[in-house]
Design a protein around this ligand. Structure first.
Ligand SMILES: [Mg+2]
Length: 435
């Protein structure tokens, strides 16, 4: 099976996840049109029954009631959704340690080689995990199996709800031929339009292009990665993080040309740290752990993880910690092409009692300064003020197209806010059938 699956990547996607969790927790909601998001006045998630009635995400409660008076609208209960999400991750993790918690209702898993170990095919493994998820959680999942993350995403969407789809190398064409380019993961917006304008209207048209075509249309690395993945090459690594985390924020920057310069690379990292911390502060969150990494020219990652004694969202403090460990990942003479940081185990900022050594109080004062900085940057534009350690990155003035920047706030980063501010009740979730 090696030829059909050089890598075996699974993608799991909970069907109508929030609404399904509500239906599992309250039998009165089953078989009914259920909408979550009552607290914000608009639909966040809809049960299949609601979707069938023509209701959709983002509709206001007024619109929903006018169109469908029998719809049941409930407030979001992120604490329960998080419990279900964590249960999903841990079931998948019982098969392989290489699991990416992509969002609250989706994850990727790399099961390459597990077929030989278990003596069953990749399809059988996928179906076994799917069944265990559905039996334990009481909700259905779309599952995709393919040689790359991008194709696994195509597969899990192919038959909704509760579908399982496998895309081995020999079936790539069949699945991509009629797939609109905008339906490909990462090509939903302007990039899909650029490809359409260049003549690649379907995923298959794009997959069939040559390296020279990409170069002549100036499609850079982000496009090239997706193009490789559509052709069955796995180039997007799974972002494996700690379990039991409350939420995380990841930022990365790719730079071109690749650099050996320690101070330049540090300044790139410093920019990432600033952006991650700014996101965290906007949500009132602080990190209890972090992982930073460097990616070399030949795509290997070197990472350092740390736990923090006091929760922080203060970039200069985080840069101080990173400087202490930077030489663990950086080697002189090696070319690096990207840096990134994940701040994780996010929790809502609390006014604590001063701790034993006054450590928190001192950090609190500095956090005040960063809140003022956020206000200044909002009022006068980005980069009005920044850390001195980010200077080289801010001054780095290559064409914007040559920078690929990514800020990814995992959806579960919002949990802690939800827990503190909105949700006073915690229903007891359904935790599976007794076996
Ligand atoms: Mg889903």
């Amino acid at each position: 099976m090696k030829a059909e699956f050089p890598k075996a990547i699974l993608h799991f996607d909970g069907d109508s996840f929030f609404a399904s969790v509500e239906q599992v927790m309250d039998y009165r909601l089953r078989g009914k049109p259920v909408i979550t998001g009552g607290e914000r006045g608009a639909a966040t998630a809809l049960s299949y029954e609601a979707k069938r009635l023509g209701l959709y995400r983002g509709m206001t409660l007024g619109q929903i009631k006018a169109l469908c008076p029998e719809a049941i609208i409930v407030p979001s209960n992120y604490v329960s959704y998080a419990i279900y999400a964590n249960r999903m991750y841990s079931i998948v993790r019982s098969y392989t340690p290489i699991v990416e918690e992509y969002s609250i209702d989706e994850c990727f898993a790399d099961i390459t080689g597990l077929d030989a170990q278990l003596g069953i095919s990749y399809e059988e493994i996928a179906l076994r995990i799917k069944k265990e998820l559905e039996d334990s959680l009481g909700i259905t999942f779309g599952v995709g199996l393919a040689p790359s993350k991008t194709l696994a995403k195509v597969a899990s969407k192919a038959h909704k709800p509760a579908g399982f789809t496998s895309i081995p190398m020999s079936k790539i064409q069949e699945f991509l031929e009629t797939l609109p380019i905008h339906s490909v993961w990462g090509l939903g917006g302007a990039s899909g339009t650029h490809l359409t304008n260049a003549g690649a209207k379907t995923a298959w048209k794009f997959a069939q292009q040559t390296d020279a075509w990409l170069t002549s249309h100036r499609f850079g690395k982000a496009y090239r990665d997706i193009w490789l993945e559509l052709n069955g090459y796995s180039v997007k690594p799974l972002m494996v993080e700690d379990r039991h985390q409350a939420g995380s924020i990841m930022t990365t920057r790719t730079f071109k040309p690749a650099s050996k310069n320690k101070w330049f690379i540090l300044s790139q990292l410093s920019k990432n740290v600033e952006r991650a911390c700014e996101k965290a502060r906007k949500q009132g969150l602080e990190a209890q752990g972090l992982t930073f990494y460097l990616k070399t020219q030949d795509f290997t990652y070197h990472a350092v993880s740390m736990e923090l004694t006091v929760p922080i969202a203060n970039p200069s403090e985080i840069m101080r910690l990173i400087m202490e460990r930077f030489d663990d990942v950086y080697a002189p003479g090696i070319l690096y092409r990207a840096t990134g940081i994940t701040i994780r185990s996010l929790k809502a900022h609390e006014e604590y009692m001063p701790d034993l050594f006054g450590e928190r109080e001192a950090l609190g004062k500095r956090s005040q300064a960063f809140r003022v900085l956020d206000q200044l940057n909002t009022r006068y534009g980005k980069h009005t003020m920044f850390l001195a350690s980010s200077l080289a990155a801010v001054l780095h003035t290559e064409a914007p197209s040559q920078h690929q920047r990514k800020v990814e706030v995992k959806k579960n980063a919002e949990f802690s806010v939800g827990i503190e501010k909105k949700h006073k009740t915690l229903k007891i979730p359904y935790l599976g059938l007794a076996h």
